[in-house]
Design a protein around this ligand. Structure first.
Ligand SMILES: *[C@@H]1O[C@H](CO)[C@@H](O)[C@H](O)[C@H]1NC(C)=O
Ligand SMILES: *[C@@H]1O[C@H](CO)[C@@H](O)[C@H](O)[C@H]1NC(C)=O
Ligand SMILES: *[C@@H]1O[C@H](CO)[C@@H](O)[C@H](O)[C@H]1NC(C)=O
Ligand SMILES: *[C@@H]1O[C@H](CO)[C@@H](O)[C@H](O)[C@H]1NC(C)=O
Ligand SMILES: *[C@@H]1O[C@H](CO)[C@@H](O)[C@H](O)[C@H]1NC(C)=O
Ligand SMILES: *[C@@H]1O[C@H](CO)[C@@H](O)[C@H](O)[C@H]1NC(C)=O
Ligand SMILES: *[C@@H]1O[C@H](CO)[C@@H](O)[C@H](O)[C@H]1NC(C)=O
Ligand SMILES: *[C@@H]1O[C@H](CO)[C@@H](O)[C@H](O)[C@H]1NC(C)=O
Ligand SMILES: CC(=O)N[C@H]1CO[C@H](CO)[C@@H](O)[C@@H]1O
Length: 211
């Protein structure tokens, strides 16, 4: 059995094609990044670091509780069904020596993707597990923190780094898919999120390159 669903594979192909073609993908958000006026405090980077560390501290638990409520098949075969390597997630190819601006752009890409994914996951779980507050609350909290983080990242991008557009690649919507696919896609995204957020937290540890 192969674990790359055809939808994901074709999405990857489309993205590969677009990257090769050198075309920037439009930002799918309803309003351009810097339309709002942001006031950035001096502590904003510190705030971002705290928010990322908070997310890193709650990601594994969110994943565990998610799996707990998807039924026996997911609980018994988590590694196979929720393999993080079978889902697209924006790359996070920065490290502690990267420029801060590069790090902030990379962070924006992953959190924009995460925010959209959490929207789908929350909608699906409200349908599949409408009474499970321990899961819905965690999804809600993670979404809230993610959006707060995006405000702070936008503030840096728009006022400090003069970046008014970031090309974000979004995932596939789960709308219209069957229950199993919805559960699986959410599970894969959250499994990958656990890995990526740990890397992000690592990169944001106080480092020398403070420009
Ligand atoms: C999952 O594992 C439990 C306990 O090990 C078992 O009772 C159950 O039948 C299994 N269910 C499936 C769908 O594999
Ligand atoms: C860190 O990332 C930069 C790009 O941001 C890259 O040029 C450099 O090779 C990377 N260093 C390591 C040790 O991976
Ligand atoms: C977050 O995702 C929701 C869809 O669930 C979208 O409406 C909203 O604009 C997104 N927020 C940001 C800051 O991108
Ligand atoms: C679901 O995901 C798609 C693709 O990432 C995104 O465009 C859409 O806003 C998401 N839907 C919700 C309700 O968040
Ligand atoms: C969600 O966030 C609220 C407010 O920060 C907190 O009181 C609550 O314990 C959190 N719930 C979960 C399940 O993490
Ligand atoms: C979280 O839940 C509260 C209360 O149910 C709701 O008002 C709020 O819009 C939710 N936030 C997000 C980001 O989903
Ligand atoms: C910001 O970018 C705009 C357009 O790319 C450019 O005209 C402007 O000079 C830049 N400002 C700074 C402070 O870098
Ligand atoms: C991120 O979370 C993981 C798992 O809880 C933990 O092992 C790691 O130390 C955390 N990373 C940072 C930089 O806090
Ligand atoms: C320094 C700074 O601007 N921090 C903001 C980051 O985002 C949070 C949540 O949106 C705000 O409360 C902070 O003021």
């Amino acid at each position: 059995m192969k674990f790359i669903p055809t939808g994901v594979a074709s999405l990857l192909l489309v993205m590969h094609f677009r990257l090769v073609a050198g075309k920037a993908l439009p930002v799918d958000s309803p309003s351009p990044l810097c339309e709002k006026k942001y006031t950035c405090s001096n502590r904003v980077f510190e705030q971002i670091r705290k928010q990322v560390i908070l997310l890193n501290g709650t990601a594994q638990e969110l994943f565990n509780i998610y799996v707990k409520w998807q039924g026996d098949t997911f609980r018994n075969h988590t590694d196979k069904l929720c393999n993080p390597d079978t889902i697209f997630f924006p790359a996070f190819h920065v490290n502690q020596t990267s420029e801060k601006k590069e790090i902030v752009v990379a962070l924006y890409k992953i959190f924009a993707f995460l925010n959209a994914s959490l929207g789908n996951i929350t909608r699906d779980q409200e349908e599949l597990n409408p009474k499970v507050t321990e899961l819905l609350e965690r999804l809600n909290n993670t979404t809230k923190t993610t959006r707060g983080l995006m405000v702070n990242l936008s503030c840096l991008l728009c006022t400090r780094y003069n970046v008014s557009q970031v090309d974000v690649i979004y995932g596939e919507s789960t709308k219209g898919k069957n229950h199993f696919k919805k559960k699986q896609q959410g599970c894969q995204v959250l499994a990958k999120y656990v890995q990526v957020i740990a890397k992000a937290a690592q990169v944001l540890l106080p480092h020398v390159n403070d420009v």
